[in-house]
Design a binder for this molecule. Structure first.
Ligand SMILES: Cc1ncc(COP(=O)(O)O)c(C=O)c1O
Length: 363
């Protein structure tokens, strides 16, 4: 099976990232974050996110989330997140094993709506875990994006209620590319306190990071990082990857390419009969609703994720990445068309009127 649309982390590392790792592979250097690559990455992240930013290189996205949320809560406190948040659905109860209680908020199309946080809190009720953090995901688990106004409203509402704000930015780059804004406009400027910043989904090799914008929200994180097993000794290699992604906005080019291929795929599929696109394609994930026999046929030729199987329909997720070949996108559309018996579909570039990303953002 050559067509792989399972996820963006199934893609290889970008050659520039590999070259940066090779370049960092020289001589002795202090470890555990004291190396020049990590200091330089932090300096660059301050330029990107603002002068309060500090950088915590970690091994992966789950570790970033669990470390951040653990540092942001006390033993009797809890985290409010979307009902389909990755921390809740796909981290093998790592947050729970770390002692975190998650409180779930409804999230139509993956987004918590502003204005509805208070009913999920029970401040002062000693029989309830006290919600102290709002955790949002950008782009969301359903491949949608919070716009800047909603993020600002959610952060303001959370802060008014006494909560700190964590952002799972495993795909912050994709959201920034879609919205045509900088990372800072999606985080620092709207009141986010801590960001899990993904690299591995956008051309990285291995390793992600935390960007702490308000250090007061993560007391003791330098100790906790080691205690939860998320302090790499050879941080130079994690940081070198991030530096490569920041160089000449490689992060943006990678994300923009992935988003554009998702738009192309959604447009091609949307032009076919009896094909549903129940979630807007706003980043690099496409959710497609197909009759079960069509979906079953497609899964023989394309690696993808079956998100939901109910009755006669299947909801499939296809993800694009920095390396997705447009020809492969068109092949998937043709395969669906063939499975539908619909004859030749229109070429995707004939129906895809505009790519996702509008402007050229600078983080
Ligand atoms: C939104 C989101 N957050 C966090 C993670 C966890 O990342 P990792 O698999 O590196 O632990 C993922 C992984 O796909 C994700 O999609």
């Amino acid at each position: 099976m050559t067509l792989d649309f399972t996820s963006d982390h199934a893609a290889p590392a970008h050659p520039a990232v590999l070259a940066a790792v090779a370049e960092a592979n020289r001589g002795r250097t202090p470890s555990y974050g004291a190396d020049p690559w990590t200091r330089e990455a932090e300096r660059r992240l301050r330029q990107v996110f603002g002068p309060t930013a500090s950088y915590v290189p970690v091994f992966n996205g789950t570790g970033a989330n669990v470390l951040a949320l653990s540092a942001m809560t006390r033993r009797w406190e809890s985290v409010l997140c979307a009902e389909d948040a990755h921390v809740h659905t796909d981290e093998t109860a790592a947050p729970e094993r770390a002692g975190l209680k998650l409180v779930l908020a409804p999230s139509p199309a993956g987004r918590i709506r502003p204005g509805g946080l208070a009913p999920h809190l029970a401040p002062g009720n000693r029989h309830r875990a006290q919600v102290s953090v709002l955790s949002l995901t950008q782009s969301t688990e359903l491949g949608t994006c919070y716009d800047v106004a909603d993020l600002r409203a959610l952060c303001a509402e959370a802060h008014d209620l006494g909560l700190a704000v964590h952002l799972d930015g495993a795909r912050l780059a994709n959201a920034a590319a879609t919205l045509g804004v900088s990372w800072a406009e999606l985080t620092t400027a709207v009141g986010v306190d801590v960001v899990s910043l993904g690299s591995s989904k956008n051309g990285g090799l291995l390793g992600d990071g935390l960007v702490v914008l308000d250090p007061g929200t993560v007391p003791g994180i330098e100790f906790l990082q080691k205690a939860v097993g998320q302090l790499p000794a050879k941080t130079r290699f994690v940081s070198a990857q991030l530096l490569a992604l920041l160089e000449d906005d490689l992060w943006h080019r990678n994300a923009e390419h992935a988003n554009r291929q998702a738009s192309r795929l959604a447009a091609g599929l949307g032009a076919l009969p009896d094909v549903g696109l129940p979630v807007p394609t706003e980043a690099n994930a496409v959710f497609v609703d197909l009759a079960a026999p069509v979906a079953d046929r497609l899964t023989q030729d394309v690696a993808l994720t079956t998100w939901r199987a109910s009755g006669e329909r299947r909801l499939l997720r296809l993800m694009t990445a920095w390396d997705t070949d447009p020809a492969d996108v068109d092949r998937v559309v043709a395969l669906v068309a063939a499975a539908l018996g619909a004859g030749r579909p229109k070429r995707a570039d004939q129906v895809c009127s505009s790519p996702t990303a509008p402007a050229v953002p600078r983080p």
